[in-house]
Design a protein around this ligand. Sequence first.
Ligand code: C5P
Length: 417
Amino acid sequence: MSPLKVVVGITGGIAAYKAVGVVRALVLGGHDVHVVPTDGALRFVGRPTLEAISRNPVHTDLYEGVAEVRHVAIGQSADLIVIAPATANAIAKLATGLADDLLGNTVLASEAPVVIAPAMHTEMWRHPATQANIAILRSRGVTVVGPAVGPLTGVDSGPGRMEEPDVIVAAALDRVAASGRRDLAGRRVVVTAGGTREPLDPVRFLGNRSSGKQGVAIAEAARSRGADVMLIAANLEIAEPAGCDIRRVSTALELQQAVTDAAKGADVVVMAAAVADYRPAAVSESKIKKDAGDSGLTLELVRNPDILAGLGRSPHDGTLLIGFAAETESDDEQLLALGRAKREAKGADLFVVNRVGWSEGFASDENRIVVIGRNGEIVTRVHGTKMSVADDIIDVVVSEMKTAAVAAPTTKEHEPT
Ligand code: C5P
C-alpha cells in the first residue's frame, strides 16, 4: 500500500496510552501520521511522546494556526482517520457532528474513511445511548473495531476494552483498501451468521459456540462493496451491522425457512452460520425437572434438514452457493479432505474451511481459512482479522462472478452429510 496521510484522533480514556502503539505501527508502516488528541487525552499521554512517536507536530487548539485554516486543513488532506480510543463522549459527539475541538472539526472537514476503536466500561458501552450513537456512525459508514472483551481498568471485566493496536491498524488499512471498491453494486447477497439454538424446554437449548463474527464481517464487506445484503442472524453475540436487511432466526428450521425464501433471486448465498445437525425430538412445554431421570437423562434427537445441501440440489442457476466447514482436525490435509468432501456432497460452488477448537475459531477476532473451488482446488488461503478474511472471501466471490462461472443447475441428488 502506498503511504497514507493518517490522522490519529486520541480521546480522553485510560486506553489513550495504547494509542501510542497505533501511532507507532502506522509510522513503521511508512505512513505520515498526524495526531490530534483532545484535551482529555493529553491528561493521559503527553504531547512530547506523541510528537516523538508520530514524528510530526501535535496540535489540539482550534485557535492556533488560524492563518493556515488548520481546523479544516488536517481533515481535508487526510486519507484515513483513526480514533483510538473513542470514549462514549467522543462517540456521542461524532454521532451528533459536534465540532467544539480540533478533532471534531477535522472529522467534519474530511471525506476520508473513519475507523473508531471504542473503549469504556461495559455499562457505558451497553447503554442504549451509546448503542444508538454507534448505530448512527455505522450507518454513515464508520468502521467500528471492537471493543474487545477482557479486563477493564478497575476490577471489572467485560466488553469495553480497546482492541489491540495491531488489530486496529490492520482493520483501518483494510478499510482504506476496500473503500472506493463498489464491485458488488446491484448484487443481492444473502449471508447466514451465528449459531442455531434448538430448544429442549422453555429455558434450555442445545447450541454451539459460534459468535457470528465471521458471518457479520462478510455481510459488512459485501455491503461496503455495494451489495444489497440480507443477513439471516441466528443468535448473534455481537452487534448487528447497519445497512443490511436483518432477519432474526433461532432454530435450524427457522433458518431454513428464511434462507430458502431469501435465496430466490439472490446472486450469492453465504452459509456461514453454524447450524445444529440435530434437534430434540420433543420440546417439553414445562421446565424439565432435575429428578426427571433417576440415574441420568437421555435425550432423543432427530436430524435437522441439511439446508445447504437442500439449496445445492435444487436448481440454483445464477446463484453462487458458499458453504463453511469448521472442523477440529489438526492435520491440514485431513481438514482439506473434509472440506472437499462436504463441498461435493452439498452441491456448493465454494467451501470455506477453517479449524475450530477450544481456543480457536469461534469467538476469536482472527481466522485462518482455505477456500476450496468447484474442482476441489485451493482458490485462496488467508489468515488475518475476520474483517480482512471477509474481504478476501468477497474478492473470490467477485472474481467468480466476473468469469460468470456459476455452476449449471444441479439436479443430482446429494445425501446430506
Ligand atoms: O456438515 P456441516 O455442518 O459441517 O456443514 C457446514 C455447512 O453446512 C455450513 O455452511 C452450514 O451453514 C451448512 N449446514 C446446513 N444445514 C445443516 C448443517 C450445516 O446448511 N443442518
